[in-house]
Design a protein around this ligand. Structure first.
Ligand code: A3P
Length: 346
């Protein structure tokens, strides 16, 4: 009897064991294949190049998640770089601004695309004289490793407002694509202020209230000397860029919509960059704790932006908000007219 029970138990354990191993094998296979599904699909059209289409995309995300990381850390040998045909390419597109417009979110979300490789750090090549003096090879070496069919994108929001930058970028590549992400100007100015305020508080320093900085106490008018206000006069900055680049080379991203509804904004960017549509709703999920969309690369790897993105803004006197909105209104109208994108800001 005891022997019979033991045999029955052994048999049961064997069945359970095989089931567990089977499930594990299935999961491993599924993770592997999912990695190759959704965003990691064949790159079509203009990005095709000489390499066979089936070959390239399967390696793209593996490269992005694993190898790329090693290359960035400097752990890869020259042979590996050579073996994988990797290159450091000058950017084909740059997110030139605007500070606090959602530049990091835009870069990270575009990096979901298998044909896009982001430069993680802000490089500040064109706006910083010392960096610019180091030459274009220095800049190229700051770029991530990528396959020749991929495109590199960097973001340095200071480019948008820095006088010398348009001419310098033009000298590097006169046909480069330029992305500008904007938010409703008053909200952007408050976001800008909030970032500076946080920096002061971290150093235990006191700082003025937003109202005091944004409104000139002598005239009671909007203080156009305040940088956060000036940066939000988008049209003034854009006009400087238009001395070098035609408007067709710019694409305006609605930063407010990127927060609430990122996918359609990203699809417009894919189109502008002539990329096949590869970013899908699967790649973006709303995280209620963060209050923002986060990024999903596959069933294992996902991430939200750092806590420094999405700060709580201080309360601002409503009359100051009204004054600022009135002030920005004509500039906004001009911006819509020039860019052909109406954003219905108040
Ligand atoms: P706030 O901190 O004012 O909310 P930038 O990267 O250019 O500094 O822009 C920061 C802004 O990106 C944040 O401003 C936040 O609102 C916005 N943003 C857009 N999408 C986001 C996302 N998915 N996660 C976090 N912040 C996001």
């Amino acid at each position: 009897m005891l022997f019979k029970q033991q045999a029955w138990l052994r048999q049961k354990l064997l069945v359970l064991g095989s089931l567990a191993v089977g499930s594990l094998l299935y999961l491993v296979a599924r993770v592997g294949s999912l990695d190759r599904l959704q965003p990691i699909c064949p790159i079509e059209g203009r990005l095709g190049g000489a390499r066979s289409q089936a070959e390239f995309p399967l390696r793209a995300l593996q490269f992005k998640r694993g190898l790329l990381h090693e290359f960035r850390k400097g752990n890869a040998s020259k042979d590996q770089v050579h073996l994988h045909d990797l290159v450091q390419q000058l950017p084909k597109a740059i997110i030139i601004g605007v500070r606090k417009g959602g530049t990091r979110a835009l870069l990270e979300m575009l990096n979901l695309h298998p044909a896009v490789v982001k430069a993680s750090q802000e490089i500040h090549f064109f706006d910083n004289d010392e960096n610019y003096g180091k030459g274009i090879e220095w800049y190229r070496k700051k770029m991530p490793f990528s396959y020749p069919q991929q495109i590199t994108i960097e973001k340095s929001p200071a480019y948008f407002i820095t006088e010398e930058v348009p001419e310098r970028i033009y000298k590097m590549n006169s046909s480069i694509k330029l992305l500008i992400i904007v938010r409703e100007p008053t909200t952007r100015a408050i976001s800008d202020y909030t970032q500076v305020l946080e920096g002061k508080e971290r150093k235990n320093k006191t700082y003025y209230k937003f109202e005091k900085l944004a409104i000139d106490p002598n005239t009671c008018e909007v203080n156009t000397k305040y940088k956060a206000v000036r940066t939000s006069i988008y049209t003034k900055h854009l006009e400087r860029w238009l001395k070098y680049f035609p408007i067709e080379q710019f694409h305006v991203v609605d930063g407010d919509r990127l927060i609430t509804e990122p996918l359609p904004e990203l699809q417009l960017v894919e189109k502008f960059l002539n990329l096949p549509p590869r970013i899908s709703q699967y790649n973006l999920y709303f995280n209620a704790t963060r209050g923002f969309y986060c990024l999903r690369f596959n069933i294992i790897f996902n991430k939200c932006l750092a806590g420094s993105k999405g700060r709580i803004h201080p309360e601002v006197d409503p009359s100051v908000i009204t004054k600022l909105r009135k002030f920005f209104h004509p500039f906004n109208q001009k911006f819509y007219q020039i860019t052909g994108r109406t954003l219905n800001w108040p």
